[in-house]
Design a binder for this molecule. Structure first.
Ligand SMILES: NC(=O)c1ccc[n+]([C@@H]2O[C@H](COP(=O)([O-])OP(=O)(O)OC[C@H]3O[C@@H](n4cnc5c(N)ncnc54)[C@H](OP(=O)(O)O)[C@@H]3O)[C@@H](O)[C@H]2O)c1
Length: 275
């Protein structure tokens, strides 16, 4: 990578984007964050913001918010890919989700572009337990979810960021789709039990029906579209289709993926789950 090439990191203050930015900083490589609060602002919902964000950009790490599974997301990212190419971007790294037909449509649209691409098709993030929707229930010591007892190979997003940086800065990742998972599949009950044990806090896991979950979310005034997205992920994506462990981290980096236990140790030490 040319040291003057600027990378646009969409969602650069978000979960994976923040980690990609930290790595670019450590490497001394130029970057620009693209989000509604960045300067210039980038908003997926307002295409007039895209040109300024893309001006002078050579590479982009593309995360879509709230989720590539949302109807219409694929067309939006496709329009972005085309605009990026016209603006002179020659490398696109797309964050995608495993087992989501809408996300696979977005992947296909990227593959059809005349550009150097890498796709990171990820399992459920481990960091959802510490930086996303499961943190509050963990702090309340009671996680009630409408999830079947299926196992999920949660991926540590430190690994996702490592692969993103490799794809953005090193040769050998062109036109590759990496399935990124952790090395071990756990049920949500097992995951909560590991967190409970290491964090030294009793945290109960309670399976509940979808309707009860929806009612609870509404009471907590979670926006309706976010409730539907989470229920879609629980009902459809977490039906067992993603239980198998994939070796994308090893393919991309030549080392094993971080285990959930390592994530739990590190996160417990940070104090985010309380002491
Ligand atoms: N969570 C998972 O387990 C998981 C698993 C696999 C794949 N994924 C994929 O990861 C992607 C990101 O999900 P995430 O939950 O991890 O989110 P995230 O990256 O943490 O996203 C939050 C960031 O998005 C920015 N943002 C919000 N709305 C925006 C908009 N309209 N335009 C531009 N930027 C916007 C926010 O900054 P501002 O507030 O400044 O705009 C913030 O920096 C999704 O596409 C999802 O499919 C997630």
């Amino acid at each position: 990578m040319n040291s003057t090439d600027t990378t646009l990191v969409i969602g650069g203050a978000g979960k994976t984007g923040r980690r990609v930015v930290e790595r670019l900083q450590r490497l001394g490589l130029p970057y620009r964050i693209g989000s509604r609060s960045s300067q210039p602002a980038f908003d997926w919902e307002d295409r007039t913001t895209w040109a300024a964000a893309l001006d002078g950009i050579a590479k982009a790490y593309v995360t879509y918010y709230p989720d590539l599974a949302v109807p219409g997301a694929a067309e939006k990212v496709q329009a972005f890919f085309h605009q990026a190419l016209e603006a002179g971007v020659d490398k696109l790294v797309l964050l995608s989700g495993r087992g989501e037909p809408e996300a696979e449509r977005a992947e296909q649209m990227l593959k059809e572009c005349d550009v150097d691409w890498t796709i990171l098709r990820c399992s459920f993030f481990s960091q959802n337990f510490s930086e996303n929707f499961f943190l509050d229930p963990i702090l309340a010591r009671e996680v009630a979810l409408p999830v079947r007892p299926v196992a999920e190979p949660f991926v540590d997003i430190e690994d996702v960021a490592d692969v993103a940086i490799a794809a953005l800065t090193q040769p050998g990742h062109s036109r590759k789709l990496y399935e990124l998972t952790g090395p071990r599949a756990l049920t949500f009950e097992q995951a909560i039990a590991e967190i409970s044990s290491v964090a030294g806090r009793e945290i109960r896991y309670i399976p509940i029906p979808s309707e009860e979950y929806r009612a609870g979310m509404r009471q907590a005034q979670v926006p309706e579209e976010m409730i539907e997205l989470v229920l879609y992920l629980f009902d459809t994506v977490l039906d067992g289709r993603n239980t198998s462990v994939a070796n994308g981290v090893h393919q991309a980096l030549g080392r094993q993926a971080r285990d959930f236990a390592e994530y739990v140790q590190r996160t417990a030490m940070s104090g985010v789950w309380g002491r």
